[in-house]
Design a protein around this ligand. Sequence first.
Ligand SMILES: [Zn+2]
Length: 350
Amino acid sequence: MVHAADLIRKAVMRLAWHTGFASTAREHFGGLGSIIMLHRVRPDCVSPLGVTRSLSITPAFLEQIIVSLKSEGTDFISMDEVVERVKSGKRPGRRFVAVTLDDGYDDNFRHAYPVFQKHAVPFVVYVAPGFIEGAAVLWWEVVESLVAKADFIRIPDGPEWRCGTLSQKRSAFHAIMRYFSYTLTELEQMPVLREMCAAQDMVCSVAPDRDVMSWNEIRQMNRDPLCTIGGHTVHHYNLKKLTAGMVAQEMHLSAGMIEDQLGRRPQHFAYPYGSAKAAGRREADIAASEGFLSAVTTRHGTIHAEHRDTLHALPRISINGRFQKLVYAKTMMSGVTTPIANAGRRVIQA
Ligand SMILES: [Zn+2]
């Protein structure tokens, strides 16, 4: 699926790069470095309607980014070191990249980890124990499969959507995403999704046993000093929709569950969804009081010395499956797209 907005973004980024503007502007906008955000890394992108394609990049593209940035002298560092560099202001002349992956998709172990090993690149995977233990599912992917299969979806006492044609399916997908995100409460989502799946005779999971990593796989990866496992709540709820007590509980319980499995409490955290609608000042304060050293959002931006005061609201650069070209990744990491995406602001904090 081609998005008009994507075409414009791509054209602007190519122009910024090829005119040399991005590399010149990097001195002003690039800051200390970038935290890049990935979700899925796999050679084949399976997205029945093309609507979740942005979540996947190929291992080859991941490797291309690493090789290219390393050849320019970029340091690949862990989140521990990001915190250290931002706090101390040390090595300002060396630009860094920290690699983060959200949700703990199973392909992180099978396809991304070998690339990180080959190039000795530290990485963080933010895992939600609810996904691993079946208390939550990657519902956006289940909704995509559901809409791909169904001709009609009706929610008891709720709205209904026609999904006979491809274009109806795509609009139904986006409407259901909005319904789940803004109409239902976080606690209603799973029961409603289960009912929707039952009505279509579908199992309520992405693909049995092949969606997120098992604790065994996470343990195996965690033995490698390159790997950091971070927290991502238990149930992957939008924290802004919960009470402060529930937010603290989601953070606290998830850290405890990870510690039970790995023997070490996670030190770093990622807010589920991570946009301004899902994480703000209140969530940052709670993450800090829960003892996390850092917390990342999904807001678009590079890392600057000013972030020493807001280590629990660090922006990231999303490496998106619809933008799999070095020129786009490097332009975003130069920081020139930060003010474009954030009403002129160079430093993005909560
Ligand atoms: Zn997530």
